[in-house]
Design a protein around this ligand. Sequence first.
Ligand code: SF4
Length: 378
Amino acid sequence: MAFGVYVHFPWCAVHCPYCDFAVSTARPIPQARYADAVLAELALRAPAFEGRELASVYLGGGTPSLWEPDQVARVVAGAAARFGARPREVTLEANPESAADAGRLRAYRDAGVNRLSVGVQSFDAGVLVKLGRRHGPEQAERALRLAGEVFEDVAADLIYGARRSTVATAAADAARLAALPVTHVSAYALTLDPEIMAEEVPFARMRREGRLPLPGDEEVLAQARAIRAGLRRGGLRRYEISNFARPGREAVHNRLYWVGESYLGLGAGAVGALLRPGQGGVRWSNHRGPETYLAAVEAGRAPSAEEEPLDPAAVERERLMLGLRLREGVPLSLVPEARRRELEPLRRGRLAVLGGGRVRLTSRGLDLHSAIAERLLP
Ligand code: SF4
């Protein structure tokens, strides 16, 4: 069984007004102390993952490109040494400001990173301003060009459905990205669900108070279609609801989540899951505040804020729901017997394809993923 290590680096230059992640803007960043703590947490949690194959390391955040490359090197080497394997994929998330520096990018490559994921969001200056981002379109393009010279794989994130986003800006973003040395794109609609977002997230508060006009559902869907068409023309194929890749460049780490493999989450605010097929498992989330996290690990305690046992049925449900997000679909055996009568109408409606012992959603089906998964869940 394969698994991935996820390391959360919780510091950012600024807190973007739409972001609900575990993020701190406090300074100074305790660069070496945080790496020490992540390595100590690794030593605590690793025994439970013994006997599994380490496929990937993903350094996310926050903004892990604010972590000094020599500290990143310690963490990547520590994970590889602990599991006696060189992970196939080591990703570092970067903002365009810190990625537009060739020397720093080479230092990350020398630290073991082979995939850089750049938070572009948009190439439209007006959209970036409305999102509260500090970088401009030219800086993002420069970061991607430099990254293409240094790394085998370069990923980029796009946001659509934001203020000032239109079908035209979405199409232009996709075309510009596809013309750059980008091997993978994740494109997400800006979601600001006031029900689930923390009170203090500025955009969620503005939305609640009716002060943040956003494009309507039809418009957002049209923007998503424009992005898909532009990426497809540029050679990036949709392999998951919101993810696109050039052939053979699909994300190793994220795929682990979608097919229901385990992941070892480390760092403040990280989430991890240890799953055993047929036996259920456990999911934990760490303290979100860096100081609370550091204090727990430095006292020799696991820094979990919450632990949730998962029964076998819950694990199977998640595998079905998440697996249907992928173009490759799921084994038919994951669909409960009692729900299989739902498959034929889906096939006739061109929402799903059945064959080779698998169920796959079509492009139209992927757009209705939640409703379809609901019909197939036990
Ligand atoms: S840079 Fe990313 S993680 Fe940091 S605040 Fe902005 S959106 Fe959130």
